[in-house]
Design a protein around this ligand. Structure first.
Ligand SMILES: [Zn+2]
Length: 192
């Protein structure tokens, strides 16, 4: 019974985390430059990974479940290619393809070696809504010792310097936590 209650609350959390899926259906009347400037002194953070699409801010949701790690990462397209509309020239298409190829390598997500994880799949796509665009990425690992996973590095800051911060939520079958990653600390600490 206790376990069932826990699963219910976990489902609730996942739904909350899942809000980022819908963030871009909202009315994006805000001004980009204003949002970007605002993000610098935005001290309260975005603990549930949902809300406005803020330039310079990526979101990662990491779920640990039955020997697998699922990572869902999203970031404003403008931060990676400099524009947020669907590509209208070959040059723009090429810029997007380059970024998709990097993201789909999935090698920027590095689980601690002690958990003996292997990447199973990685895919990336663009999604547009109004005047906004995002890159959305899913990476999946299978781990021989998921129970030993105590950290996971997301090394994206060097390759994509316009990303200033990645708000991260991780959820295991027993625990969950939030962490803000920056170029100075891109390691998610996981307590199991
Ligand atoms: Zn935008």
């Amino acid at each position: 019974m206790r376990n069932r209650l826990f699963m219910l609350s976990l489902t609730g959390s996942l739904m909350l985390v899942g809000c980022s899926d819908h963030a871009h259906d909202h009315d994006h009347a805000h001004d980009h430059d204003h949002q970007h400037a605002h993000s610098h002194d935005d001290a309260h953070g975005h603990e549930h990974g949902h809300g406005a699409h803020v330039h310079g801010l990526g979101n990662a949701e990491i779920t640990l479940e039955q020997s697998q790690i699922y990572i869902r990462f999203s970031v404003p397209a403008g931060d990676l290619v400099g524009f947020e509309h669907p590509p209208s020239t070959d040059t723009q298409q090429a810029a997007i393809d380059d970024v998709l190829a990097i993201l789909e390598r999935g090698d920027w997500a590095v689980p601690a070696a002690r958990a003996r994880c292997e990447q199973i799949s990685a895919n990336a796509q663009t999604a547009y809504s109004g005047s906004h665009g995002d890159f959305l990425v899913n990476v999946r690992f299978h781990c021989g010792r998921l129970d030993r996973l105590n950290s996971l590095t997301l090394s994206l800051f060097e390759q994509f310097p316009a990303i200033e911060r990645i708000d991260t939520v991780w959820i295991s079958e027993q625990q969950q936590g939030v962490q803000q990653l920056t170029s100075r600390n891109d390691v998610v600490r996981i307590r199991q």
